[in-house]
Write a protein that binds this ligand. Structure first.
Ligand SMILES: [Mg+2]
Length: 415
């Protein structure tokens, strides 16, 4: 098999409501770049990249000369061709490599008639449990609906997610309001659903002292872990020395150098693997194997996915033995997807691992056209800006929180 062409299409898929986070906001939509890698046998492999609110089409156009004539099965060769660690100081292409790896694995699976999970060692599970990933949300400006801000709204959202999708693990995405207010939110959810598990993630914007204060105040709850309470391996190590609950990260262990550092001098207990941040599904499988050797916990991170990336997360989750936590996904905040057959459906809080050849998902061309058109209409958005706090940026550690009494509705047409 040889690669004969590569195409990239930027799409925008609307969210139910804008998702607020410690550094800004997803402005009512996701912007994702859909990658199609074509081979000389007529097969098309799918990849996906995005998350920062911007198109990556130009980057993939620039990859054409690197890819034409390349055998998609030669993935290690591809890694050194486009993301050689010593040549990547000027143009880090880890996330680009990830999207291309997805597409190459998809091509291989289709050509060989097997799901990607079979190429990666074979499924250990057919269904993958997910957490209800709960964000603070602005109201949808078109409907006025979907706000998550007050404690009652948070609890109602979790209840709705349980009813709609069957989740029994709940992740509170925080770092938006003062930690004392977010502690009230977290404890209210834990009290309302005492049989369920909970996890909390303020996106590394706290001081070490705040992380310790908060961690001690939630010790009695049914915590999976406290995720990235403070920035940096050293901050996490200091917090971990003073806390009795596991610490997790998707921020300070995102490559093998950092994983090695964390093993030599432990700073986190649970590593959230992200198929994009780590440069593909295969590096995540390798990292999970190292975590198995050193008995570190493993979970799966979500960087804001449509169905192609979600499929990569499902194939990863299917093949790693030491996945003991529910996976994260933003997916249930989306209103639609670009997949043939429509969005994947949660049943009892879990998604089925695709069993078709390759990634097991195909593009709905009509949806691709529709959401590419929506992207052309709405353009990029600044992921690291809050539409109602123009010019604001979180400090690390942060001390400038959003006001939980502010009930304004943002104008998302502003760029
Ligand atoms: Mg996180």
């Amino acid at each position: 098999m040889k690669i004969t062409d590569i195409r990239a299409t930027t799409v925008t898929v609307p969210l139910e409501a804008p998702l607020r986070h410690a550094n800004g906001c997803h402005w009512g939509r996701f912007v994702r770049t859909i990658v199609e890698v074509e081979a000389d046998n007529g097969l098309i492999g799918l990849g996906e990249m995005g998350g920062g609110g911007e198109s990556s089409e130009a980057v993939f156009r620039g990859m054409r000369p690197y890819l034409l004539g390349h055998d998609p099965a030669r993935l290690e060769q591809l890694r050194f061709r486009i993301a050689n660690p010593t040549a990547s100081l000027y143009n880090n292409r880890t996330q680009v490599l990830a999207a291309l790896e997805f597409a190459c694995l998809d091509l291989m699976g289709q050509a060989w008639g097997v799901p990607v999970s079979e190429i990666l060692g074979g499924r250990l599970r057919d269904r993958v449990p997910f957490a209800s990933y709960c964000f603070c949300r602005y109201p949808n400006p078109n409907t006025g609906q979907g706000e998550v801000r007050t404690i009652d709204q948070w609890v109602a959202f979790v209840r709705d997610m349980k009813q709609r999708c069957g989740f029994t693990t709940h992740k509170v995405k925080a770092g938006v309001f003062h930690p004392d207010y977010e502690l009230e939110i977290y404890r209210a959810i834990a009290a309302q659903f005492p049989q369920d598990r909970v996890r909390f993630d303020p996106n590394a914007v706290w001081s070490t002292e705040q992380a310790i204060r908060f961690g001690r105040a939630i010790e009695d709850l049914n915590n999976d872990y406290l995720e990235d309470p403070v920035f940096g391996l050293n901050g996490m190590r200091l917090a971990r020395q003073r806390l009795r609950i596991p610490l997790a990260t998707n921020t300070v262990v995102v490559n093998f150098e950092q994983l090695a550092a964390n093993i030599l001098q432990p700073a986190v207990d649970v590593v959230l693997l992200d198929t994009t941040f780590w440069g593909g599904i295969r590096p995540c499988v390798k990292a999970a194997s190292i975590c198995e050797s050193f008995q570190l916990g493993v979970a799966i991170h979500s960087s804001g996915e449509l169905g192609i990336q979600l499929a990569t997360m499902l194939h990863l989750a299917a093949v790693i033995p030491n996945l003991t936590f529910a996976a994260d996904a933003h997916y249930h905040h989306l209103t639609d997807d670009i997949l043939e057959g429509g969005p994947m459906h949660y049943e009892q809080g879990a998604l089925a691992v695709p069993t078709g050849p390759g990634l097991g998902v195909r593009l709905d061309r009509e949806k691709l056209r529709k959401y590419a058109e929506l992207y052309r209409e709405l353009g990029d958005y600044p992921y690291d800006q809050d539409p109602l706090r123009p010019g604001w940026a979180a400090l690390v550690p942060n001390d400038r929180w959003a006001d939980p009494h502010d009930d304004r509705i943002p104008d998302l047409r502003r760029r």
